[in-house]
Each structure stands twice: as structure tokens, then as C-alpha cells.
Design a binder for this molecule. Structure first.
Ligand SMILES: [Fe+2]
Length: 460
């Protein structure tokens, strides 16, 4: 990937695109499952202007752009991409897009309220749950598959905040609980975990400079302020456990491995009272490389939190470089067997290969990876030369009972054509040829997260 201006996150398919497009009746190779009625959505930063695209540009910064592919009755009805616009000009969520309480929401951590997007992507407005989320939210809430409740741990991008906020919204999007959880400084808390009975807080050694944060919030950034998230040897590495709906006095902290975790695959209560939590972990981030998380490749680990013993143990699960962990969302908080991931590196990386441990420069997408936590087996779908993906989404087949009975939807970038496709795989047999490929009218820049949002969730 060319790095003519020295920042890989502004080059190649990381580069932003300038405009919005609406194209109907997309060509499809293969046969789209007729049960897929809804839209697949992806979001990422699409930085605009000199402040967002200067030499110090950080991958995580920039106005959000959402890309959508509308499927109905075996046809691909449209592709649309839209800048994310809120009622507040400086707030443009760029990190996740999902449905909760009948709303389609674009999310970002650390300071901006969610933006509600109409199912056709054409209307947007700030949505803060009647003020409950006005001060900020997270990009990775956890939604209970049975109750529809949404649990979230948010950090606040302001000097002196010194606490996280735990919120619960009911299945209609109404705030029902909030609690402040004291922490030291401003740790970057990107994700959390939830079991059937408890939530887990990740307080790991990456923190944000409060001075830089203050300037960013005031709209007076200095050069490099966007790079103010740093590995912090002074900060603890710990996980906090509290009952669902609990408060700070019920929070118990446990020393954790000195590592960073952006994303949790899932967590659940084990019969012995411990919490089994599968995470994608990095030895460090933002210690050697500052524009993105490229100190080392990430991989899957199992952290077992044993409150009775007061310990967190770590077991590395896979030798494969992988990120963007996804499960069957009906299993959130309950025991899971399978995870689907975006592999790291165009051909996939084995961490046992020393050459791969110090790869840096950009966060390279790769093949689709499926991991079986029961057998330890890794299976991979390679999309072909120069064709790579990031985060997949698992969509359960209607009426399915088996955990892996459904489809994997993933946007694949083809470097030869400079275009992207929405590829549908059989989730139970990811090595098989794709069931369908929807040919999109342009490239979808490498971004962060995406979800399938059915018509049942937000309307047609
Ligand atoms: Fe994320």
C-alpha cells in the first residue's frame, strides 16, 4: 500500500471518499438467501479537511460515513453511502452502527451522543435517550438477546472526569439505570463484557492526555493532539465486575494481564462462579506506533475471571492474527462455541512466525477467520488474490437452533478493481465458495464496524 504522504490511514482503501452515492438494482453473482430482508451497514471515519487529515492523523479520527446495502427477497435493491450528521456539528459518530429499541443508531465513544438514522439512510438526528446519553456514550454496548436491554460502559473525554458511566436502557431505548464508576485519569475503554448476571469493565493501560482532550473538546487542537492516546506504564491493568444494574459500591476490581483489548468476543457465567471472557488482545498498543494499533498483531485469548480466588488467568487461544470478533448475537452473555473474525494481514498471519510479530505501518485487513473454541480449530476463507475483508456479521437463519446455522456477511475490498463487494458465506462452512457476491458501485473504505439490521428490527 503506497504511503506517499507517510500516513497509511489516508492511503489506498483507508483513504476517504469525497461524495455520497445512491445506486439501485445491484448486480449479484450467485444467489442471495431470500430470508435476508433488511440492510447490511458499515461505518468508519471518512476524514475531511486539513484538521482531520494532517500529518498527525490518527485512524480513529474523522467524520463518520455509513455505507448500506439493501437486500430484499433475493435481490440487492440499493447501495447508499452517507456522511453521519448530527444536530451538533462537531459530533459525527464513526465507530459502530446497530439497531436497538427500534432505532438505527450510529455510535462513537468518548464524547458524542448517538445519531439516529432512518432505515433508508436519508434522515439523521442526534438521539440521547432523553438526555441520558448527552455527555457521551460508547461504540460497543451489549444488548441482551432475551430482554433487549442495552448495557454500556462509557468514558468521558474531558479533563478531570475520573469516572466511567454505566448505563442501562430498556428494550424501548428508555434509560432505566445509571452509575458512576471511579477510575484514575481517562482510560480508553473501548468495549465491555456482559454475562447473564454481571457486567465486566476493562480498565487497561491505554490512557488519553487530559490536556490534549481538553483542546480537542474546545475545538482548539494542536498538532498531534489526535495522537494523545498512549500506552501508559503508570496505569493499572484490571477488570471490574459488578452485578447487572449495580453501582460503584458493588464493583470489585481484579488485576488483569498487562495487555490491551479493544474487543470482546463474548463472556458468560461458568458454573463455578467465574466469568469466561474471550477477548482479542494485544501485547501493547500505542507504545511504539501512534497512528493506529500496530505495535503487534492481535489474537484471541480467554480471560477467566475467578472472583472467589481474586484472579484473572489468561490462555492464548489461537496462533492466528485476528480482530473484529463476532458471535451469533443470540448467544451474547451466554456460553458460545464459535467466533468469526477478520484476519490480519492479506494472507493471514501466524503469530509463531517471528517475522510477523513486528509488522507495522498499517492495520492490514485479511481473510475471514472462524474459530471453534471447543476444538481450537481455525478455518479460513481466502477471498482471492488482493481481496480482503474486515469485520464479518453473523446472521442467524430464521428458526435456526444450531449456533452456527446462518450466514456470514462481509464487505470485501478488491485491490485489482478498486471496488468492494458484499459477500455472503455459509457460516457453518466458511471454506466453501460464497453463496452470493453483491457488486457495489464503488469501494467501501476500510472502517470499523458493521451490522445486519433486519426489517423486523427497524421497519422496511
Ligand atoms: Fe470497536
Amino acid at each position: 500500500m503506497a504511503t506517499a504522504i507517510g500516513n497509511p490511514y489516508l492511503e489506498g482503501n483507508f483513504a476517504p471518499i469525497p461524495d455520497e452515492l445512491s445506486v439501485d438494482d445491484l448486480p449479484v453473482t450467485g444467489a442471495l438467501p431470500r430470508e435476508l430482508n433488511g440492510r447490511y451497514l458499515r461505518i468508519g471515519p471518512n476524514p475531511q479537511g486539513s484538521v482531520e487529515t494532517g500529518a498527525g492523523h490518527h485512524w480513529f479520527i474523522g467524520q463518520g460515513m455509513v455505507h448500506g446495502v439493501r437486500l430484499r427477497d433475493g435481490r440487492a435493491e440499493w447501495y447508499r453511502n452517507r456522511f453521519v450528521r448530527s444536530d451538533v456539528p462537531e459530533n459525527s459518530p464513526n465507530t459502530n452502527v446497530l439497531a436497538q429499541g427500534g432505532r438505527l443508531l450510529a455510535l462513537v465513544e468518548g464524547g458524542g451522543a448517538p445519531v439516529s438514522i432512518s432505515p433508508d439512510l436519508n434522515r439523521m438526528a442526534t438521539w440521547d435517550a432523553d438526555g441520558a446519553l448527552r455527555a457521551g456514550f460508547t461504540a460497543h454496548p451489549k444488548i441482551d438477546p432475551v430482554t433487549g436491554e442495552m448495557h454500556s460502559i462509557s468514558y468521558l473525554l474531558r479533563p478531570g472526569a475520573e469516572h466511567l458511566r454505566y448505563d442501562v436502557l430498556d428494550a424501548t431505548g428508555k434509560a432505566t439505570h445509571t452509575a458512576e464508576l471511579p477510575v484514575s485519569g481517562v482510560p480508553m475503554v473501548h468495549d465491555m463484557a456482559m454475562t447473564a448476571t454481571r457486567v465486566v469493565v476493562l480498565d487497561l493501560p491505554v490512557t488519553l492526555s487530559t490536556e490534549a482532550v481538553g483542546r480537542l473538546m474546545a475545538g482548539t487542537p494542536q498538532s498531534g493532539d489526535a495522537l494523545s492516546m498512549r500506552w501508559n506504564e503508570e496505569h493499572p491493568s484490571r477488570v471490574g465486575v459488578l452485578p447487572r444494574g449495580g453501582t460503584a459500591d458493588q464493583l470489585r476490581w481484579f488485576d488483569a494481564p498487562r495487555a490491551y483489548v479493544f474487543h470482546v468476543l463474548n463472556a458468560y457465567d461458568a458454573p463455578d462462579g467465574s466469568i469466561v471472557m474471550d477477548v482479542v488482545r494485544y501485547d501493547t498498543v500505542f507504545r511504539n506506533a501512534f497512528n493506529g494499533p500496530t505495535d503487534c498483531p492481535p489474537t484471541l485469548a480467554r480471560w477467566t475471571v475467578a472472583p472467589g480466588r481474586g484472579t484473572v488467568s489468561e490462555q492464548i487461544m489461537s496462533d492466528y492474527g485476528m480482530e473484529w470478533p463476532r458471535i451469533n448475537r443470540d448467544r451474547v452473555g451466554h456460553a458460545h462455541r464459535y467466533g468469526w473474525f477478520g484476519g490480519v494481514g492479506p494472507e493471514g498471519l501466524r503469530l509463531s512466525d517471528d517475522v510477523n510479530r513486528d509488522r507495522g505501518g498499517s492495520f492490514e485487513p485479511g481473510p475471514l477467520v472462524k474459530f471453534d473454541t471447543t476444538t481450537g480449530e481455525t478455518t479460513v476463507h481466502h477471498f482471492g488474490a488482493g481481496r480482503v475483508t474486515q469485520e464479518p456479521a453473523f446472521v442467524a437463519r430464521p428458526g435456526a437452533e444450531a449456533e452456527e446455522d446462518g450466514w456470514i456477511l462481509s464487505v470485501v475490498y478488491d485491490g485489482a478493481t478498486d471496488r468492494s463487494e458484499l459477500v455472503v458465506l455459509d457460516a457453518a462452512d466458511v471454506e466453501a465458495a460464497p453463496l452470493a457476491r453483491v457488486h457495489l458501485p464503488r469501494r467501501v473504505p476500510f472502517g470499523f464496524h458493521g451490522n445486519w439490521v433486519s426489517d423486523d428490527e427497524v421497519g422496511a
